[in-house]
Design a protein. Sequence first.
Length: 348
Amino acid sequence: MSALPNEPLPVDWHVYRGTGNPGTVDELPAPPPWRRFSGEPVNSAPTDDGGEADRRIGGVHGIGRVPSPHEIAMVNAAIYLRRPLLVTGRPGTGKSSLAYLISRELGLGPVLRWSITSRTTLKEGLYLYDAIGRVQEINARRGEEPDIGEFVHLGPLGTALLPYERPRVLLIDELDKSDIDLPNDLLNVFEDGEYEIPELTRIGGRHPEVTVLTGDREGTAVVRRGRVRCRAFPIVIVTSNGEREFPAPFLRRCLKLHVEPPTPQQLGAMVAAQFGAVEGIERVDVARLITDFTARSDATGGLASDQLLNAVHLAVELATSGAYQPDHDWQELLTAIWHPLSSSVTET
């Protein structure tokens, strides 16, 4: 019998549990009928991320940010519904690290990261075609036509929508920095799970299958008749620092999660994940650093977690060299490292 809305959900409905431990999930929950896709041909996803997850969230014996129960529930809802998760919060609260936590725990391979600027366009996220490079290559080969696939490079979004058996994790970082049109431009792609590469569609009769470059390190994939359609809609994490509002049609296609600043306990876990095995860490009063960092963060309107990591690293280096002293000079260093993130904050 299914649970009523006012009853607690069963714990075992979670696919993602926020442990940060490397793992794999053989089979994800089936998507809703309206989020099922059938792209071909099936592509193989890479498994090695070159240590990127360890660098961003800590090693396998600890994670840099412990997710809250609400965050875990929202990630699972996004996986069940195959909808993008819009993650908001102050800068430096670990919004982007969520993508790496999910990918490592579920064994979904390297995270595809699309960093947004005011000049970013949808096409750049999907693919780039180097027409000039191809013409130059034709001239260099004295008229011999090179493989067009050598000049088509899929972007992070375009790579995430390739027909993999299991979804890839796509991080669309700081969408609030984009041009005003980009969120609306994403609507059809999010809804349809596919896109076209006109340069390949035009030659589809002569070259029905073309091998192109992807957003993965040394990655390639086969595109059939110029159209890419996913099989498993990617797990999409969209981050925003709250610098702008998004249009209602875009929000309707997303689930929303707000990440609160980390607690002292979470900061302690983050430091342990990054420095647990580092020589010299035992000589540093990490608890005091966290207390001072939290006070400074409250006084300046919020600091980024990596500003704490910077201070711990410097303290370890000074401690190892025998130069660490919590004196006036050290306090001046901390003030410089823990500078306010907003120009409107007055230094005291």
